[in-house]
Write a protein that binds this ligand. Sequence first.
Ligand code: FAD
Length: 638
Amino acid sequence: MSGTTTQTERERQSFAEAALRLGGKTDEEARRTGAVDKADEQVEKLFAPQYQTVNSPVHKAVWDGRVPLSLFGPPSLPSSAPCDAAMESCLQVVGGRRDAGTLHDEKGKVSASVLQELGEAGYWGMLIDRRHGGQGAPFARFARFLTRMATLDPMIAGLASVHGCIGAVDPVRTFGTPEQKSRFLPRLASGQALSGFALTEPAAGSDLTALRTRAVAAGEYYEITGEKLFITNAIPGRTIGLVVVLDGKPAVLIAELPPQENEQFQVVPYGLYALRQGHNNGLRFNHFRVPRENLLTPPLGDGLTIAYHGLNLGRVSLCAAAAGVMRVLLANMLPWAEFRRTYGQPINSRELVKRRIARLAGLIAGADALVAWTSWLIDEGYRGELECIIAKIFGSEAQKEAAIELFMKTHGGRSFLHGHLLGDNIYDFLAPCIYEGEGEMLGLAFFKSLVKEHGKAFFEPIGKALQREQIRAFNPLSPKHAWALRRELWSYGKWKAGRWFVGRDRQQVPGMDQRLADHLAFALEAFGRFPDEISATMTRHQLKLADRQCRMAELSQRIQDTVVVLVTALWAHDQRDEAVKGAADILCQDLRRKLTGKRPSDRYFRDASQLADRIIGGGFEALAGIPQQPILMKYENK
Ligand SMILES: Cc1cc2nc3c(=O)[nH]c(=O)nc-3n(C[C@H](O)[C@H](O)[C@H](O)COP(=O)(O)OP(=O)(O)OC[C@H]3O[C@@H](n4cnc5c(N)ncnc54)[C@H](O)[C@@H]3O)c2cc1C
């Protein structure tokens, strides 16, 4: 119970834990949520202050009274980099194997020889520095490369992210000692050691404080006992970042799985609809031995700190892969929509189908814009927590919508034929909404990160004062309550009064297309309103806000959508391709209507049709070179 919390414990508590206790949550819930919040705070401290969440572009845009436009528009990539040659070789390997029909083995999995050829071409070392045998690719280049790779094979693109972002590469690169780096990184770079990350367990998915896999010291080793679930790329012989509980705290060990199952280590097989061309299975450990020297020891925090660190790279990669997959969907929608005739006309002449084409182009533009922006922030040194969550949610939701609302509907019954792009891959199109954090849960995490500082500054002191004064329900009209909380309320009042003097943000970008300039102005105005709205929500729900998940999710999504409008408009301004600018405009119009609740105008439908005509005419550079699948059940068009 909260009453038993000692003074020192209270000082150690994170904001979330303190707020939950003050709000009357059970000791267990407060402690568990606090543990996650603590890990998050420790990840923050690994970054220099100017790159932490409070100084991130989105946090500043919401709370600083003026949107820092320069932090929302990345510069273009340098025209070349030393990693380019390896990237081109990897694309050639996959393109060649794909054309020859030899990407997969007899079980339909990406074949071992493809993985090896990719290793020789430098694929697995893209994010590892040259000193340790890698390509040293800047993350922004890596992310664009993943989009291209996903147009050839999304599973192979996904494996690069599993290995390099959330697998063993990021943990060792970031948290390994020099000895651990020189022991593991060259093997990870060459692909001799392919890796995954084993965090999820049957009882611990969304709630990572429920981990049960235990490590116990035994001489030179840790002995691991427990079970992992849904682990990608973790078959016998692979290397995994293994999250365990050690001395009561989460810890990460780099574990080399034996080449064969044995008494101590078994694969838990199951049928999984998603990722069928890769491996995803459970892992069971029974006194499985990992050398003690394989324990990663972060300078701050524990295993959750390590797990959280790589997630943001994974989130951007997911959006980058979605940008590639959506290109494939659009490139395959166009020939079908031209071929299929109903009532004597091809369906690509119909307004409904044209709207889908335009919308899909808009989603591609949005994903490209978010990838360019977030990957640049990562290279600049930002943690990018808020920004990468936006990319993950947008990328996964856009891919889902593209597949089901746009692609499936346009392809009609053929969508469900064996051999059809939709039917064969539907689970892969949907699964990104769940892995690397389910979207709505992440939306809540976004909101909590965004309001944390404001809460700590103004609401935590009020909560503590209420507890001190033993006031159960605060009544702002009660003079007694107002007097008891005068210091805390004065401080909040000063912030509120300061808001009166914040002028409207009217920044402009010289030479911007009028449509994009309107979207920019819309976003700036919306940012001007968010602080009051968020603060009013916090005032209304006070310490019960944690239970108002639907309100937090709703507000979170509106802020995210506003960021997407801003980032897409700024990105489109720098693009040469008129169709891309048009696609960005369509997405921004869609998001603005979603935010304002307005109905689409006739002008919007005209814009969408015109954009679709341009794309149908071959004027969308983003589709250049994308392979197309044959039309199924083809017939003679009379
Ligand atoms: C194809 C695929 C690949 C994967 N690869 C990996 C991998 O390589 N390594 C790895 O460690 N994991 C992996 N995962 C696991 C993945 O990260 C988890 O599935 C995900 O984090 C969600 O956990 P869960 O499935 O246990 O959901 P659960 O914890 O069962 O939650 C189900 C749902 O309940 C709701 N919910 C839960 N808690 C709350 C709450 N407090 N408030 C409101 N709603 C709530 C949410 O909607 C949530 O999505 C993979 C999963 C899939 C499907």
